[in-house]
Design a protein around this ligand. Structure first.
Ligand code: FAD
Ligand code: NAI
Length: 475
C-alpha cells in the first residue's frame, strides 16, 4: 500500500506543534500532526497540547488561582470587613477542577484540528530517511511521507542523578500538580519558575515550604530591583524559606518522608520533608527521534540547531519550541510555529526574540520584556530609568494590593524603550502594553502621550514612562 503523503508533517502536538499544524493547514497545505502517548488518558486516548496544556502552564495556573482564593479568604477578606470563619480547602476538588480545565482544553485542540483539516497521526514519530526529495517518517510502524517536517517534540523535566522521581513522594512538575493532600513539609530543589510557582501554591494551602537553590543569586534573569522586591515579599511576608548557594549531597526516601542532605556554605544541613519537588530546568526531547538516521544537527546541550527562521541543517526540516535554543515558553513556541508554517507557504515569517515577554505567576506576579538594568550596564548602554510603585496608584489601593512597581528603561539618547519590568498584581496583563510598544520601537514619550483609563493599574505604566523624563504626575 502506498504511504500517506502530506505537504507538512509536524512531530509533536504541544503549543509549538499544534499551532504550526493549524497555521499550515489554514494556508492550504495538507498537514498531519504526530502525537505520542506521553499524555494519553487512562483509556489510551491521545491528548494534545503537550507539556503546556497537560502538565505545565494551564494546570499550574488553575492551582495558583485556587490557592490564591484560599489565601485571600484567610488573609485579605478581613480588611474589607468580610468575615469568613472556618475556611477550608478540599485538595481533591481543587485538583479535579484543574483536571477538568485541562480536559476541556485538550479536547478543544482536537476540535481545532478537525475544523482546520489537520490529520492527527497517533504514535511516536521518527525520521527514517529521504527518498525522491520527500522525508520518510515512521509513526509507530507506519511510514508517512512529507515535503516538509516540523519537529516540535518539546522538553521534559531534568532530573538529578541519584534522586529518583516517583511522582508520588519525589515529584517533578507532573506529580507536583496532582498532590492528593497538602504536605505538611514540602521541600523544593530549584528556586526557578516552577519552584516559585508551585512552592507558592502549596505554601498558600498551608505547607511549610523550603526551597533549596544552587545559585548564589535569587532570580538572576530578572531585573535586580524586581528580584530584590520579590525576595522581600516571598521570604519576609509570605514565609517561603529560600536557601541560596546550596549543594545537594544526598536524598533519601524513607517511611517518614524525604531526607535531603545539603551543604550551605561551610555548614552541612538536613531538610526533612513529606514531599519533594525537583524543579531544576528542562531538557529537550530529541532522543528516539531518528535524528542520527538523517544527520540532524543537535548541539552539545541536546537542542536542535536552527537559524533565525527555525530552519535546521536539513532541507525542508524545521524545529520550533522547547526543542530549539531560546526561552522555553509556550508563547515563544507558538510564534515560531506560525513563522515556520508561513515560511513553508512562501510568506515571510518573523519572531522577535527580543520582545518575548516573561511572566512568573507568583503573587505578586513578575513580568518583563527586553533588557534588565544590569544587562544595560554590562553592555555600556546609556539609559534613563523611571520607576513607579503601585502604592501611588489609586486602583491598586482600592484593590488592597499595592505591592511592587513598574520600571521602564529607555535609551538615554533616542528614548527608545529598552526594557520594562513589573512586579505586582496583574503584571502578566500589564506587560502586554510594553511588548506592543517595544515591538513598534516606541519611546517612553510615546507611552507618556497615550491616554490610559482611570483608575487602572495601567496608569502605573503611564507614570513610569513619565518618570523616565522625571515628570511623573502622581508620585
Ligand atoms: P511540548 O509542550 O513539550 O510538546 C511537545 C509534544 O511533543 C508533547 O506532547 C510530546 O508528547 C510530543 N512528542 C515528543 N516526542 C515525540 C515523538 N517522537 N513523536 C510524537 N510526539 C512526540 N510556559 C509559558 O509560556 N507560560 C507558563 O505559564 C508556563 N508554565 C509552565 C508550567 C510548568 C509546570 C511547566 C513544566 C512548563 C511551563 N511552561 C510555561 C513552559 C511550556 O509548557 C513550554 O514552553 C511549552 O509547552 C513548549 O511547547 P512545545 O510545543 O515546544 O513542547
Ligand atoms: P528554571 O530554569 O526556571 O529553574 C531551575 C532552577 O534550579 C535554577 O534556579 C537553577 O539554578 C536551579 N538548579 C539547577 N540545578 C540545581 C541543583 N542541583 N540544586 C539546586 N538548584 C538547582 O527551571 P524550572 O523551574 O524547572 O522550569 C523549567 C522551565 O519551564 C522554565 O525555565 C520556563 O522556561 C518554563 N516555565 C515557565 C513558566 C512561566 O512562564 N510562568 C512557569 C514554569 C515553567
Amino acid at each position: 500500500m502506498a504511504n500517506k503523503q502530506f505537504d507538512v508533517v509536524v512531530i509533536g502536538a504541544g503549543p509549538g506543534g499544534y499551532i504550526a499544524a493549524i497555521r499550515a493547514a489554514q494556508l492550504g497545505l495538507s498537514t498531519a500532526c504526530i502525537e505520542s502517548e506521553s499524555y494519553a488518558d487512562p483509556k489510551g486516548e491521545i491528548r494534545l497540547g503537550g507539556t503546556c496544556l497537560n502538565v505545565g502552564c494551564i494546570p499550574s495556573k488553575a492551582l495558583l488561582r485556587s490557592s490564591e482564593l484560599f489565601e485571600e479568604a484567610h488573609h485579605s477578606f478581613q480588611m474589607h470587613g468580610i468575615s469568613a470563619d472556618n475556611v477550608k480547602i478540599d485538595v481533591g476538588t481543587m485538583v479535579q477542577r484543574k483536571d477538568n480545565i485541562v480536559t476541556q482544553l485538550v479536547g478543544g485542540i482536537k476540535m481545532l484540528f478537525k475544523k482546520n483539516k489537520v490529520t492527527l497521526l497517533p504514535g511516536h514519530g521518527k525520521f527514517v530517511g529521504r527518498e525522491n526529495d520527500r522525508w520518510l517518517v515512521d509513526v509507530s510502524g507506519e511510514t508517512v511521507e512529507a515535503n516538509h517536517v516540523i519537529v516540535a517534540t518539546g522538553s521534559k523535566a531534568r532530573h538529578l542523578s541519584d534522586i529518583p522521581v516517583d511522582n508520588k513522594i519525589v515529584c517533578d512538575n507532573t506529580g507536583a500538580l496532582s498532590f492528593d493532600s497538602t504536605p505538611k513539609r514540602l521541600g523544593v530543589i530549584g528556586a526557578g519558575v516552577i519552584g516559585l510557582e508551585l512552592g507558592s501554591v502549596w505554601k498558600r494551602l498551608g505547607s511549610d515550604v523550603t526551597i533549596l537553590e544552587a545559585m548564589p543569586d535569587f532570580l538572576a534573569a530578572a531585573d535586580q530591583a524586581v528580584a530584590k522586591e520579590a525576595w522581600k515579599v516571598f521570604t519576609q511576608k509570605q514565609g517561603l524559606k529560600i536557601n541560596l548557594g546550596v549543594k545537594i549531597n544526598k536524598v533519601t526516601v524513607g517511611k517518614k518522608g524525604v531526607k535531603v542532605e545539603y551543604d550551605l556554605g561551610d555548614e552541612s544541613k538536613v531538610l526533612e520533608c513529606d514531599r519533594l519537588i525537583v524543579s531544576v530546568g528542562r531538557i529537550p526531547n530529541t532522543q528516539g527521534l531518528g535524528g542520527d538516521n538523517v544527520g540532524l544537527t543537535i548541539n552539545e546541550r541536546g537542542f536542535i540547531t536552527v537559524d533565525h527562521n527555525c530552519r535546521t541543517n536539513l532541507p525542508n526540516v524545521w524545529a520550533v519550541g522547547d526543542v530549539v535554543p531560546g526561552p522555553m515558553l509556550a508563547h515563544k513556541g507558538m510564534e515560531e510555529g506560525v513563522m515556520v508554517a508561513e515560511c513553508i507557504a512562501g510568506q515571510k515569517g518573523h519572531v522577535n526574540i527580543d520582545t518575548v515577554p516573561w511572566v512568573i505567576y507568583t503573587h505578586p506576579e513578575i513580568a518583563w520584556v527586553g533588557k534588565t538594568e544590569q544587562q544595560l550596564k554590562n553592555e555600556g548602554v546609556e539609559y534613563r530609568a523611571g520607576q513607579i510603585p503601585f502604592a501611588a496608584n489609586g486602583r491598586a489601593l482600592g484593590q488592597g494590593d499595592t505591592t511592587g512597581f513598574v520600571k521602564m528603561l529607555a535609551d538615554a539618547k533616542t528614548d527608545r524603550i529598552l526594557g520594562v519590568h513589573v512586579i505586582g498584581n496583574n503584571a502578566s496583563e500589564l506587560i502586554a502594553e510594553a511588548v506592543v510598544a517595544m515591538e513598534f520601537n516606541a519611546s517612553s514619550e510615546d507611552i507618556a502621550r497615550i491616554c490610559h483609563a482611570h483608575p487602572t493599574l495601567s496608569e502605573a505604566m503611564h507614570e513610569a514612562s513619565l518618570a523616565v523624563d522625571k515628570r511623573p504626575l502622581h508620585f
